[in-house]
Design a protein around this ligand. Structure first.
Ligand code: PMP
Length: 429
């Protein structure tokens, strides 16, 4: 495959944009460096880059594109918004419609607020939980990503009963000291953290199904235990469903798993590909938010008609009968095909899958249950596979920690093509 123009644009981008990318995960740093592919056009399940190469897209823009690129119903909604005004700075009827759709799908969202990103949604959940409980500390789980606000870019200290250390320059230690990080799927460590800090803990923040060190599901009883223990100390439970909302079923992971948090952060799919975030939860908690309550949160772009209209159209498309069953079936065929292809060429791999999303980990055959397992998977082998399959016209996220997302735009032919491409990639790497 020729990547001459991507290379050229990358060199130009480096002159103007930090690292040549507007989000670090887009760089190829984790897969050996060099120019990332510059995409020029997307339609359905496909991407074309600036050099004219075609790819089948499993990146899905890190999750939002559950209908692939340029879905007609969503495109019409966006075009309608473009003609009628993309930003009003006043309430609109569309906002009520999307809020209603979200509450019908996810009943724990008694009241909701739209924001512009998943980062904002999580950041504000924490503020509101602190306002509601009059406490400051937050417990989170190792390897879960919750956006780039100060409080959640904090790594574990040297044990479950130590406070956090900043994961990024520019975050004061005083803020990191408000965060405790414990291993996912480990109720014993969680309980130990609560014994030390439970009385000061405003909220426990968790991805109910993890999407950020690959797709990792909670062990039976884990989320129920998180709820029970957190509530016994008077702390709120916040689910970060930015990746998981409407990913596995029409609703959240909380509906799939049958457990309910006090608050939920949403994003990605609910904006149909345009910028969005939302947060919501129990009425008495949400009524702490301005203008009703003392917790402040605002946004010039929040609830803008374009994002909201795209979100409504995206959810309408997801309501079509059989949508999720089809993604589940195709992802199942793809995952089986990838495993068989890897084994044929002697590669040790495992796949963690939840319905239409999965992660292929190299260097192990047992399922991944927590961040340490994911860290221990073979990043070097993943990088070789990523490069080999990219050359076969398959676009994945350039990191061993990300998921493959099957969309409603993928066909059985795309899946078969991908399995054949993977065989060639496994043979070559
Ligand atoms: N939470 C989770 C679970 C996420 O996966 C992400 C983004 N990958 C975020 C929050 C942050 O969302 P955004 O990039 O829209 O700010």
């Amino acid at each position: 495959m020729d990547h001459t123009l991507s290379q050229r644009y990358y060199e130009e981008a480096l002159e103007y944009i930090v690292g040549g990318v507007n989000s670090p995960s887009r760089s190829f740093k984790a897969v050996g460096g060099g120019a990332p592919v510059f995409m020029a056009k997307g339609k359905g399940a496909y991407f074309w880059d600036v050099d004219g190469n075609r790819y089948i897209d499993y990146l899905a823009a890190y999750g939002p594109l559950i209908h692939g690129h340029g879905n007609e119903h969503i495109a019409k909604a966006i075009a309608h918004a473009a003609e009628n005004g993309v930003l009003y700075g006043t309430p609109t009827v569309l906002e009520i419609q999307l809020a209603k759709m979200l509450r019908e799908a996810i009943p724990s969202l008694e009241k909701i607020r739209f924001v512009n990103s998943g980062t904002e949604a999580v950041m504000t959940c924490i503020r509101v939980a602190r306002a509601y409980t009059n406490r400051t500390k937050v417990i989170k789980f190792e390897g879960c990503y919750h956006g780039h606000s100060d409080l959640v870019l904090v790594a574990a200290g040297s044990g479950p009963s130590t406070l956090g250390i900043p994961d990024s320059a520019g975050i004061p230690e005083s803020i990191a000291q408000e965060v405790i990080t414990v291993p996912y799927n480990d109720l014993t460590s969680f309980e130990e953290a609560l014994k030390h800090w439970g009385e000061q803990t405003a909220a426990v923040l968790v991805e109910p199904i993890v999407g950020n060190f690959g797709i990792v599901q909670p062990e039976p009883g884990f989320l129920e235990g998180v709820n029970r223990l957190a509530h016994s100390y008077g702390a709120l439970v916040i689910y970060d469903e930015v990746i998981t909302n409407f990913r596995f079923m029409y609703g959240g992971a909380q509906n799939l798993l049958g457990v309910e948090p006090d608050m939920t952060a949403l994003g990605k799919i609910i904006g149909g590909g345009l910028p969005i975030g939302a947060y919501g939860g129990r009425r008495e908690i949400m009524e702490k938010v301005a203008p009703l309550g003392p917790a402040y949160q605002a946004g010039t772009m929040a609830g803008n008609p374009a994002s909201i209209a795209a979100g409504i159209a995206c959810l309408e498309e997801l309501q079509k009968p059989g949508t999720y069953e089809r993604m589940d079936e195709l992802a199942g065929i793809l995952a089986e095909g990838l495993l068989a292809a890897a084994r044929k060429y002697g590669h040790k791999v495992t796949i963690n899958r939840c319905r239409g999303a999965f992660t292929l980990y190299f260097g192990r055959e047992e399922p991944v249950k927590n961040y340490s397992d994911a860290q221990a998977s073979d990043g070097e082998a993943f990088a070789r596979f990523f490069r080999a399959i990219l050359e076969e016209g398959i676009c994945l996220a350039p990191s061993k920690y990300e998921a493959w997302f099957v969309s409603t735009a993928h066909s059985r032919e795309d899946i078969d093509y991908t399995i054949a491409a993977a065989e060639r990639a496994f043979a070559k790497m």
